[in-house]
Each structure stands twice: as structure tokens, then as C-alpha cells.
Design a protein around this ligand. Structure first.
Ligand code: GAL
Length: 658
């Protein structure tokens, strides 16, 4: 794909066939390049075991093709039909409370169930065998939103059996497992792998090493499940992109591992739903201030995260089109936001954005969810805004998103570790990253996200890298940290455990002596409202603080008011001894950027930039106008208004010619 492509999620099976030609004509009028179809259609495709009904899909694909619209087809494995579930009821996922989840919505399967995997392989073969080389088909989406509705981890008999096998392979003997987990504590020793139980129903907390392995196992099951479909699709649909649609803030499987199996990562972006739903991240005042726009960093964070998961190619597979139906409150977007969200994704390098969904459905669970058309076929606000996006894509010479100014290392194992052992009710690894990401973006910086593995080879690409809260540090990453000249800011909690969830023998951070900046003997988590001021009025630590002893001659750059190091520096490594509040974070980033020679451009709350070489996209989430000239005297406007209205979008250039 060259210019950004615009798509829409289409469910022809929900409508009368007589509506299809009008749908397609209107899609063409809007400027739709492709539709995504079929992700929940198993019950239509195979209404009874072995009874196939695929002709409707042939017909709609032919019709799309005749009209120059492409298709991304899906494997329908997120909605196993009733007849299938009845043939093997133990394929149903089991909740943390030990109760089987019921049929009657979606995602009601266990990733580890071998029988269900065989059924998924069978239906994938049937659909891809029939349509894999259809000229309209440009790609495949596997399943739908792995992990959504808390479905990554299941606690049933099939999961337990697969977990025991996984442990047997990992540890080879029960003794080795007992030693690694430390099962001498509370007499938890197992005599064989067959005795291992699941960690969910213990009286008080289960061993964190047990949880950690269960989370690793659950993540692996998702990757195995996906890989099976990927192999079949590659065989039967050569040359087409294989894609999965990730969700926002789903943290319980490793998206880097899964992304490596795909050609393109995509995700489903529902800015207003996320803002109203994620109350642990967004306080009341913030929710009200951005109620109709969404949090200014949440979407971009995921754009940058998922871009990193499949080597740079990424899409939005579902874009919020208006009010949704699943958040506590389902607010209507401010005029312009439905377009701006898509433009922002393109600014972060998306190849394609598809709106969810074409036409609002008058029945079933999502009848209150907007579409681009209303149920009566009249055009909704989303239609008009999507059309505006199509026009801008046609008219604007769109520069390619370039490497960010700084990098942030994000690690799924660390999400699992700190969810298992937060040690304080407010320690949330994802939130720490989102706050640092926001702090960087408020200073006008563009951020790239790296996995720990990517960081092993790419630290040199950046002048400044943040790697907070890494659960453990591999030998390769330690070596890369020792070898680089890049300024890397570690802490809090970086390398504070070994991979088998122990406190390191010489205390954290578990780094080679040659670069280790500190020795952390004691930590505390801070109750809400309890803060540790940092000297010189620089701000404070909150949520988490570490009592650090400088090692290897490291310098104390900042100190807490009660006389402990707040920031230590040894050569190119900085160690931050706690969770910084907004002010401390800002002064830290400003100072680090100044030393590294990175230009900052402070922005008002709600205005954000994404760089593309010496150009930048300017995005206004706020409800006040923004004068683009305030970005600096070197700014010239290439597209958009010089005074950017709320929901406005501009393209600017800094300095001379590109
Ligand atoms: C997504 C899902 C879609 C639809 C949408 C509603 O999470 O993939 O199928 O349910 O939410 O906003």
C-alpha cells in the first residue's frame, strides 16, 4: 500500500442481500479502499457440523472485486458455534473463580484445548482454501482481539493438563521446579508434575513464581494458537498480509512474540470508551476535560507500541465511529475527532485505518453502537468525517513517519511480574510507562517503543532511552547496556528480580558490576497522598521509592528531602530511585534532553506532535485553539490552519527544506 488506505468493518451476513449493492456504492462514494469481514461468521459458514455455506461470501467478494474494493477476511475462531461447543464442552474457557464461562457471546474458548485447536485449523483451511487466492483478498485477520474480555488466562482441566506438560518441558524434573520456585516455603513441594495445581484458587496468595510461570504459559498458548492459523493461511493464501487486531491495554500475552508471526500488527482504537472505562488511569477531572476527545496519549502509545511488534508495519483495524455501547458512559465525540483519530494513526505510520462498523445494527448486543450509517441507512456523523479523512489522504503529500527522538523499553514479562507482585496497590507497570510517555510528549518529543530484545541491538539508534521497571535483565541486555554510549535511564524496580522471581543474590538492580549504579537495600510503596519530596523543589516521588546506595563511584544528581539519592548517575547510566511525579519527571526529561542535545518543544495539555523527518504532524485533542507559530520561529505550515481549532490537524515543517 502506498498512500494510507481507508477501510470499514462490514458484516454482509447481518443484512439482506438486497442491501449489498447500495452498501458498496456508498462505500465507493466515501472513498473506502477495503472492507474487513467474516470474523464472527462461523455460525453462518457452518451452521451444522460439516454443512458448509460459503457461497454468500463468494458473492460478496465478487461484488466487491467488481467495484474495486479489497477485502481482509478473518478466521471466524472467536465465536465457536453452539453445535461445536456441544461436541466438546471442555473447550469452554474457565474463569479465575473456577467457573466455566457460558456460551452466548464470544471468546468462550480455551487457547490450550487441543480439540478446539484442531477445529480452528479445519475451519481456517476451509475458508482459506476457498478464498485464499480470490483477487479481492489482500489479507487475513486471525481470530479477533486475543485476550479481550479477560480471556487470555483460563483455569480449566485442559489448561491444567497443558500447563503440566509445559512445566515438564521447562524444568525436566519436579525437584528442579521445586528449587526454582522455592517450594520449600510453606511445604509446597511437588513430587511429580502431575501434582501441580493452578494458582487461582489457593487460600491466600500463591507463590509468585507459580503465577509467573502460569502467565508465561498462558501467553505461549496464545502464540501457539495463532501460529497454527498463520501456517495454514501462508500455505493457502500466498502473498497476502497476515494480521491480528490487538486491543488497548491487553497485557497478558506477549504481543512482541505474536507480532513476530504476523506481517502486520493492527489494533482496535476506541478512544472515548477507553477513557471512560479505565478509571484507574484517568481521574474524574481528566475524564471530564477530555470526555469528547479521549486521552491525548493513550492511542498514540498503542500506535507506537504495536508498530514495534511486527517490524514497523501496522494498521488500525477498528476505529471508533461515534458513541460505543460498552463503556460505563458512551459519549458522543466532539466534531472532528472521528477524523482526527484516524489522521493521528496515519501520522504514527499506520498503513491503513478501518472504521468499525459500516452500519449500526438494530438488534443484538451492539445495537447501541454507532456505525458510519445509522440503522435506517441515513449517514451518521462518522460517515462525513471518514469522508474527510479520505479527502485529506488524497490531497496531502504525506511524509513518512521517522524514527522517534527517544525510546522507551516496554516488556510484557514485567507487566506480569508486577501484576503478580505489585507490593503497593498503585504500582502499575503500564501506568508508569504511560506517564513517562506523556511526559516526553508534553515536551514535543516523538517516542519509539522497543521490546527488551530490540533494545539489545538498537540502543545506539537513540540519544536517550528510558527502561523503567524491567523485571529482569537478560545477559544480552546487560551487555548492550554496558556497551552503549546512549544515555539510559533505569529505575524504579529495574532488574530487581532474577528470571525465576527471586531477589538477586547481591540485591537489585541485577546488572554487571561494571555499570551498576546503585544497590537497593530497601524499598517502600507509598499510599495515595504520601509523597517523598525531592530537594531543590524539583517535585516528588510517589507510589514507589527505593533507598539506594551509590555503587562504582556513581554521582548523586538529585536527592530526596530526607537525605537519600533520588537520581544516581554512573557514566551513561542513570538510575531513578522511585516513581516521579509530573514535575520531577518534567525536570528530569528536560535535563536529559539538554545533555543529549535533543530539542524539546513544550506543548499545552492536549496538543501533541509526531515527527516525520524535519516535518511534524500537529494534533489538537484539547478544546482550545492552538497557535502553530508557538512551536518555534523555525515552524512553517504545510497543511491545516495556522490557528488550529479543537480537533484540528496540521502538518508543519521545522527549519529549512527536508
Ligand atoms: C471490539 C470488537 C468488535 C466490536 C467493537 C465494539 O472490541 O473487536 O467486534 O465488538 O469492539 O466497539
Amino acid at each position: 500500500m502506498t498512500r494510507g488506505q481507508l477501510g470499514v468493518c462490514y458484516f454482509p451476513e447481518h443484512w439482506d442481500r438486497a442491501d449489498w449493492p447500495a452498501d458498496i456504492a456508498e462505500m465507493r462514494e466515501l472513498g473506502i479502499d477495503f472492507v474487513r469481514m467474516g470474523e464472527f461468521a462461523w455460525g453462518v459458514i457452518e451452521p451444522e457440523s460439516g454443512v458448509l455455506n460459503l457461497d454468500w461470501m463468494q458473492d460478496i467478494l465478487d461484488l466487491l472485486h467488481e467495484n474495486g474494493i479489497k477485502a481482509v477476511l478473518c478466521t471466524p475462531t472467536a465465536t465457536p458455534p453452539k453445535w461445536l461447543v456441544d461436541t466438546m464442552p471442555d473447550m469452554i474457557a474457565t474463569g479465575r473463580d473456577g467457573q466455566p464461562r457460558s456460551f452466548g457471546s464470544r471468546r468462550h474458548y480455551s487457547f490450550a484445548h487441543q480439540g478446539y485447536r484442531r477445529e480452528c485449523a479445519r475451519i481456517t483451511r476451509l475458508v482459506a482454501g476457498r478464498f485464499g487466492t480470490h483477487p479481492a483478498v489482500i489479507g487475513w485477520q486471525t481470530d479477533n482481539e486475543y485476550g479481550c474480555h479477560d480471556t487470555t488466562i483460563s483455569y480449566g482441566a485442559a489448561d491444567l493438563a497443558a500447563f503440566r506438560d509445559w512445566l515438564a518441558q521447562r524444568y525436566q524434573s519436579a525437584d528442579a521446579l521445586n528449587r526454582s520456585w522455592g517450594n520449600v516455603f510453606w511445604s509446597m513441594q511437588y513430587r511429580s508434575f502431575d501434582e501441580v495445581e493452578l494458582p487461582n484458587l489457593t487460600v491466600t496468595e500463591a507463590n509468585p513464581a507459580h503465577w509467573m510461570d502460569y502467565r508465561r504459559f498462558a501467553s505461549r498458548m496464545v502464540a501457539e494458537f495463532n501460529q497454527l492459523q498463520v501456517e495454514i493461511l501462508r500455505e493457502l493464501s500466498p502473498g497476502r498480509d497476515i494480521i491480528h487486531n490487538f486491543m488497548g491495554r491487553i497485557l497478558d500475552f506477549d504481543h512482541f512474540e505474536l507480532g513476530a508471526q504476523l506481517d502486520v500488527s493492527s489494533w482496535d482504537s476506541y478512544p472515548l470508551g477507553f477513557l471512560d472505562q479505565m478509571r484507574d488511569l484517568f481521574g474524574r477531572d481528566h475524564r471530564l476535560a477530555f470526555a469528547r476527545a479521549g486521552n491525548p496519549d493513550f492511542q498514540a502509545f498503542h500506535h507506537d507500541l504495536y508498530r514495534a511488534t511486527s517490524g514497523g508495519r501496522w494498521w488500525i483495524m477498528e476505529q471508533q465511529p461515534g458513541p460505543v455501547n460498552w463503556a460505563p458512559n458512551n459519549i458522543a465525540p466532539r466534531d472532528g475527532m472521528i477524523a482526527l483519530w484516524a489522521l493521528e494513526a496515519f501520522a504514527h505510520g499506520a498503513e491503513a485505518v478501518a472504521y468499525f462498523r459500516w452500519r449500526q445494527l438494530p438488534f443484538a448486543q451492539e445495537q447501541m453502537h454507532a456505525g458510519l450509517l445509522r440503522p435506517d441507512r441515513s449517514r451518521a456523523e462518522g460517515f462525513v468525517e471518514a469522508q474527510k479523512v479520505a479527502e485529506i489522504l488524497r490531497d496531502v503529500d504525506w511524509p513518512a513517519t521517522s524514527k522517534g527522538d527517544v525510546a522507551l523499553v516496554f516488556d510484557y514479562e514485567s507487566c506480569w511480574a508486577w501484576a503478580t507482585q505489585p507490593q503497593g496497590e498503585n504500582f502499575d507497570y503500564f501506568r508508569l510507562h504511560l506517564e513517562i510517555y506523556k511526559g516526553l510528549r508534553q515536551l514535543g518529543l516523538s517516542v519509539d517503543i522497543l521490546s527488551p530484545d530490540q533494545a539489545c541491538t538498537r540502543l545506539e539508534d537513540y540519544d536517550l532511552v528510558f527502561a523503567p521497571g524491567l523485571f529482569s535483565c537478560s545477559a544480552e541486555l546487560s551487555a548492550a547496556l554496558a556497551a552503549t554510549n546512549t544515555r539510559v535511564i533505569l529505575g524504579p524496580r529495574t532488574a530487581s528480580k532474577t528470571a525465576d522471581f527471586r531477589i538477586p543474590a547481591d540485591m537489585p538492580p541485577d546488572l554487571p558490576d561494571a555499570i551498576r549504579p546503585a544497590r537497593i537495600g530497601r524499598v517502600e510503596s507509598l499510599a495515595e497522598g504520601l509523597t517523598v519530596p525531592v530537594g531543590g523543589d524539583a517535585g516528588a516521588l510517589l507510589v514507589w521509592r527505593e533507598f539506594a546506595e551509590a555503587t562504582g563511584g556513581s554521582e548523586i544528581i538529585m536527592q530526596t528531602a530526607d537525605g537519600h539519592p533520588a537520581l544516581l548517575r554512573r557514566g551513561h547510566i542513570d538510575y531513578l530511585c522511585g516513581w516521579p511525579d509530573e514535575r520531577l519527571l518534567e525536570s528530569l526529561i528536560r535535563a536529559a534532553c539538554e545533555t543529549a542535545g535533543i530539542i524539546t518543544r513544550p506543548l499545552p495539555s492536549g496538543v501533541r506532535l509526531r515527527r516525520a523527518g524535519n516535518k511534524a504532524f500537529v494534533i489538537n485533542y484539547s478544546d482550545t485553539a492552538f497557535d502553530v507559530a508557538t512551536l518555534g520561529p523555525d515552524t512553517s505550515l504545510l497543511h491545516g490552519e495556522a490557528v488550529l481549532a479543537p480537533s484540528g490537524f496540521a502538518l508543519v515543517q521545522f527549519g529549512g527544506a527536508a
